[in-house]
Write a protein that binds this ligand. Sequence first.
Ligand code: COA
Length: 260
Amino acid sequence: MNYENILTVSQNGLTTITINRPSKLNALNKVTIEELHNAFDAADKDAETKVIIITGAGDKAFVAGADISEFANFSVENGGKLAANGQELLFDFVENLSTPVIAAVNGFALGGGLELAMAAHFRVASDNAKMGLPEVSLGVIPGYGGTQRLPQLVGKGRAMELVMTAGMIDAKTAKDYGLVNHVVSQEELIPLAEKIASKIKRNSSVAISKAIKAVNANYKDGINGFDVEIEQFGNCFGTEDFKEGTTAFLEKRKADFPGK
Ligand code: COA
């Protein structure tokens, strides 16, 4: 598929989606959000794709936020719709994908950029990365899940400080906070994400999709995560991957998962 603002490359079980508006620091406008939705959806439905990496083009930014020029004149109603549509199309959508999503944060991840990175299943960053939720400096609040996911990842006090100060933290602080798992140089960033992806690819994609559901259940209101875990654990026993995984272990060979 041809996109205006993103690039996608699929090979060896990995789909890399690159937000490609470097002149605007990859800011998320409406078209980009729609294209990202379509690209994530296509990758998730593609049986060959076992892992998705999301990153930004250029060496300066992952994503410098929602495109401010698009919402500067919005009404209360339009503002609410902007957040609701974005959350449904992209942020909640990514978090709940069956396919693991790694955010490779290669520079500024601000506002909607940090929110996108936080919607991914985990994050790695380059040492020049800068992260923050600067919305209150514009007179708004984070609207793409930032007020919910940041406290989940770094704790309430740190999240409150970051939101209230509209400040940025560097990659080292982000790692200390548990916001990103690893920090490497810019050149090493994509190779590191690919190395982690190749470890994930060796495992059962069906089991991984059920594990994502179970982990996410911990963060959903009114849902008992332990019950979801029990259900998903049980479901694994009906899969071909489970048969292959356990048989391969007992036969002392490497599993070759059918992904079913
Ligand atoms: N929305 C729209 N355009 C954006 C943008 C955003 N969130 N972030 C950056 N851009 C654009 C700039 O307007 C500029 O475009 P121009 O060259 O046509 O004027 C271009 O990207 C480069 O940005 P610039 O500000 O010149 O780069 P810088 O290195 O001086 O500053 C930042 C980098 C990230 C500190 C600065 O761009 C910034 O503060 N961006 C907004 C961050 C933000 O508030 N995000 C939350 C939005 S809710």
